[in-house]
Design a protein around this ligand. Sequence first.
Ligand SMILES: Nc1nc2c(ncn2[C@@H]2O[C@H](COP(=O)(O)OP(=O)(O)O)[C@@H](O)[C@H]2O)c(=O)[nH]1
Ligand SMILES: Nc1ncnc2c1ncn2[C@@H]1O[C@H](COP(=O)(O)OP(=O)(O)O)[C@@H](O)[C@H]1O
Length: 201
Amino acid sequence: MPEAPEPPATARLTVLSGPSGVGKGTVVAEVRRRYPDVWVSVSVTTRGRRAGEVDGVHYHFLTDAEFDRLVAEDGLLEWAEYAGNRYGTPVAPVRERLATGAPALLEIELQGARQVRARAPEAQLVFLAPPSWAELENRLAGRGSEPPAVQQRRLAIAQAELDAAGEFDVVVVNDDVTRAADELVGLLTAPSSGRSVGASE
Ligand SMILES: Nc1nc2c(ncn2[C@@H]2O[C@H](COP(=O)(O)OP(=O)(O)O)[C@@H](O)[C@H]2O)c(=O)[nH]1
Ligand SMILES: Nc1ncnc2c1ncn2[C@@H]1O[C@H](COP(=O)(O)OP(=O)(O)O)[C@@H](O)[C@H]1O
């Protein structure tokens, strides 16, 4: 008699959040550089493209109408408005990735992390924290990608985000990029609780 097929291996969904300027993009880029097999979701956004950003690689850059359509189609695992722009995670690629038994990483802000927690309670929530508030201010200003008024807006949000660190499963301090990237990779591949994301939907 043929054996019953093995159920698909369930993989872990990990969310990385943290205040603007803490180094999320830098740490994720380091993870991808050293571990090309790590799969990172490409978000959709209505924000304008920064110099050096590539459509479809860093984000899928959408118009407001295109974003509205994705929301109406229930095409996003989560979405949020942040500093005047909308950002969201296309759900289909995440489901496809996890169905293969391989881990998936989302780099999203706090409201989105909370939505993932509500919709996929088995997801692992990781908070990337700065070594200090002064260092966060330095990094945001040092990046130079936003005018001072936008930096101030992001710092005000950052204060509230730091207050929410206790909601996360793990806090990783981004003191050193290589060390933080190693810690994140270890978390991605740690055994999951065994339930599949969005299985009930
Ligand atoms: N909820 C949600 N947040 C996202 C998504 N993609 C990016 N973000 C977050 O949106 C915020 C602003 O991103 P961005 O404008 O690229 O600025 P930066 O991360 O500070 O360089 C950051 O906290 C990102 O983590 C997404 O798909 N959903
Ligand atoms: N561990 C670190 N030590 C020093 N500077 C860092 C570190 N991680 C990131 N940075 C710098 O901080 C700035 C913000 O990093 P970025 O990855 O853009 O943050 P985020 O994606 O969280 O907004 C960048 O100029 C980056 O080079």
